[in-house]
Write a protein that binds this ligand. Structure first.
Ligand code: SF4
Length: 424
């Protein structure tokens, strides 16, 4: 996972390949060398991450073939919306390739009528289905350190929190990744930590180099590190980065992220995008003094940054933080934000974050049918995972990873989604 379906290269143009997936053609960047016409490959995030033998590909494709088309049918059926004049006007605008203006997006976000909200969610899901099909990215995440030099007011692992701190050794991180790729079949991994300078350039390069040799897409989620380090890590094989700007509201940012700077952070995200990284970015919903117009600005900034993946989730107040008393958001509000985001950017990959999943048992399913199309499975060894408490009760599940994968796959299948990444 992403449990990518193998595709066959049917054309090569400059640094792109045209790849055939059961008759669907996708353009993907040539991320690995030594691939040529007729080869079978796995692509993640629009990049070829590994080449596979014809025998292996044929075997996997045989298993997938029937399911591929059946899942598409289920997904199409679930994602047909009812009709409603008001919303349809806005939908028509989206269908004509026009952007909705901020007040229009805000009007959608502020819809309260049950029927209207339902229609908004169904419309977003329909748009996702029409534009992107039933592929759903399933990334694995390894949280390798809960040390952080920062003291963000909303974060359970902030410098000032009295928690059990841990750092996985370089060897442990590599071994966890090897297990995820070789035994569990993941094709995309997120390596996440607080901003922890103990992992210097040398350690990070070693981690990235060894893991990238497994033929997997590496997402770095290590916070604000120097451009020089990011550049080195890109050259070592990390092709994607997850870095949220958290809020586009300067005043709120300054209050909740003391000692850090919004412009600098946004500038780094733009640099990562310009340098060739696949970029996942986004924001927190529910920070103090945040208004609905801030949320719309956050969605539009994410789009403006050229996000390849939107990552946003609710603030879950942690008793360890100064924002312990902040009100918990209603899950339905988050679902509306997912739907509005889909209408603002029909081609987006939208992640259902673990924070959203914390709001209720069916939040993952609801998020997926409100327009989202990506999710993550936590692969951090339990002895560490229990201490990566960004907020209370976060993914404390002792379930072994295989059970989490099985649950995710069963849910995706029930919605007609294929846990794949079919490229760009
Ligand atoms: S939000 Fe990120 S940077 Fe801020 S304290 Fe938490 S881990 Fe550190």
């Amino acid at each position: 996972m992403c449990y990518a379906i193998p595709g066959k290269i049917i054309e090569i143009k400059d640094n792109y390949a045209v790849v055939d997936y059961f008759g669907e053609k996708k353009n993907v960047l040539l991320g690995v060398k030594n691939v040529s016409l007729g080869d079978y490959i796995y692509a993640q995030g629009g990049i070829v991450v590994s080449k596979i033998s014809k025998d292996n590909a044929t075997r996997t494709l045989r298993i997938w073939k029937k399911q591929f088309f059946e899942l598409k049918k289920i997904d199409k059926k679930i994602s047909q919306p009812a009709t409603n004049g008001n919303l349809l006007g806005l939908m028509q605008k989206v269908n004509l390739g026009k952007n909705l203006a901020s007040p229009e997006l805000q009007r959608l976000l502020e819809m309260r009528e049950n029927k209207e909200v339902q229609l908004l969610l169904e419309t977003a899901n329909n748009l996702r289905q029409k534009e992107l099909g039933n592929a759903c990215c399933v990334h694995g995440i390894i949280e390798f350190s809960n040390h952080c030099r920062n003291n963000c007011l909303y974060c359970g692992i902030r410098r000032g929190s009295k928690i059990n701190r841990y750092r996985m050794s370089v060897g442990e991180i590599i071994e966890t990744a090897k297990y995820a790729v070789k035994k569990l079949g993941f094709k995309a991994l997120v390596l996440q930590s607080g901003e922890d300078d103990w992992y210097d350039e040398k350690k990070l390069v070693k981690i990235v180099k060894e893991i990238s040799e497994l033929g997997v897409l590496i997402f770095l989620s290590i916070g604000e590190r120097s451009k020089k380090i990011y550049k080195k890590l890109y050259l070592a094989g990390a092709q994607a980065a997850l870095l949220r700007f958290e809020t586009s509201n300067k005043k709120i940012f300054a209050k909740v992220r003391p000692g850090t700077n919004l412009e600098k952070r946004v500038e780094l995200i733009r640099y990562l995008k310009k340098s060739g990284f696949i970029v996942a970015t986004g924001f927190i919903v529910g920070l103090p003094e945040e208004k609905n117009e801030d949320i719309i600005k956050n969605i539009l900034l994410t789009k403006d940054l050229g996000a390849d993946m939107y990552s946003f989730g609710p603030l879950i107040p942690s008793p360890l933080t100064p924002l312990a008393g902040q009100k918990l958001l209603d899950k339905n509000f988050l679902l509306k934000i997912i739907a509005v985001t889909r209408l603002a950017d029909k081609n987006a990959k939208i992640l259902v974050t673990t924070a959203l999943q914390t709001l209720g048992g069916d939040a993952l399913k609801m998020g997926l049918i409100a327009g989202a199309n990506s999710l993550m499975i936590n692969l951090t060894p339990y002895k560490y995972k229990k201490n990566y408490q960004l907020y209370p009760d976060r993914d404390r599940n002792k379930d072994d990873v295989k059970a989490s994968i099985k649950n995710a796959i069963n849910l995706l299948y029930s919605l007609g989604r294929a846990p794949t990444d079919l490229g760009i």
